[in-house]
Design a protein. Structure first.
Length: 126
């Protein structure tokens, strides 16, 4: 398939595909007319990259998953290097969650300290 078809099927732009190619994550032989020629394996690579990026993985973090697919594995996360990336990402997420909990506690405390005192009305009318 040509680059425009791959882009359409993967839901990305041709510019994105060229960027992946420039970063070494995607490669395609050229036809006699100079057009890039992609196959279904390339579509799976792009889908893997997009899925991981949608989950917060950086482009470079997708490389072990791409390499795993290119090595002929049915899934990009069935190789040890991919599993290592998952472990590192979980550690990163846990660290961020702890930081966010601390920030939330601080903001909550500031809100409680800053809230105006309710006006007390003694007797009848204000």
């Amino acid at each position: 398939m040509r680059i425009s078809e791959l882009a359409e099927r993967a839901g990305v732009s041709t510019r994105t595909l060229r960027y992946y190619e420039a970063r070494g994550l995607l490669s395609a032989p050229r036809a006699a007319n100079g057009y890039r020629v992609y196959d279904d394996a390339d579509l799976e690579v792009v889908r893997q990259i997009r899925t991981l990026q949608g989950s917060g993985f950086g482009l470079e973090e997708t490389r072990p998953f791409v390499e795993c697919l290119r090595a002929g594995h049915p899934r990009g996360d069935s190789c040890p290097d991919s599993l290592d990336v998952y472990r590192r990402k979980l550690t990163e997420i846990d660290t961020l969650m702890e930081k966010l909990r601390a920030v939330r506690a601080e903001v909550s405390e500031r809100l409680l300290r800053s809230a105006p005192e309710p006006k007390c009305h003694l007797g009848g009318s204000p």
